[in-house]
Design a protein around this ligand. Structure first.
Ligand SMILES: [Zn+2]
Length: 138
């Protein structure tokens, strides 16, 4: 269940709560605009393409490709990690990009490459917060 994670914990807002609720169910969810038919991220009440409020949350595939990445060797302030880790921007199959950790692979530029296929995995960090992360997929 919850890991021994001791770093900062996301605080859901009314706009982001559906995202975190979905992650808790081990689902990745994005907002979808019913007016222009596009997904978008990060969560907000207006479609960033056409400014429509006719938007809804939908479960998405959790699959995408690694758009770009960095291997971080210095733990950020308040984060407990002491080892190198990979931060990536993932371009989801549905279009939007989001930033997360890339796991299940050595945080090494020899092991990571742009455009490599990735899929979402979920890590419970508290009883209520689950983080979506991404790992390489075959
Ligand atoms: Zn729209």
């Amino acid at each position: 269940m919850a890991s021994n994670y001791t770093g900062p914990v996301p605080k859901p807002t009314p706009e982001t709560k559906p995202f975190w609720d979905a992650a808790k169910r081990r689902e990745l969810a994005l907002q979808f605009c019913l007016e222009c038919g596009q997904y978008y991220f990060y969560p907000r009440p207006l479609c960033p393409q056409c400014l429509s409020r006719r938007v809804e949350w939908r479960r998405v595939s959790g699959r995408g490709k690694l758009h770009t990445f960095v291997v971080n060797h210095r733990p950020p302030r308040n984060f407990p990690t002491q080892t190198a880790f990979a931060i990536g921007i993932v371009e989801l199959d549905e279009g939007p990009k989001l930033m997360s950790n890339i796991v299940g692979v050595e945080p090494d530029p020899q092991q990571l490459r742009c455009d490599m296929p990735v899929e979402v995995v979920f890590e419970d960090i508290t009883d209520t917060i689950t983080l979506p992360k991404f790992r390489p997929r075959a």
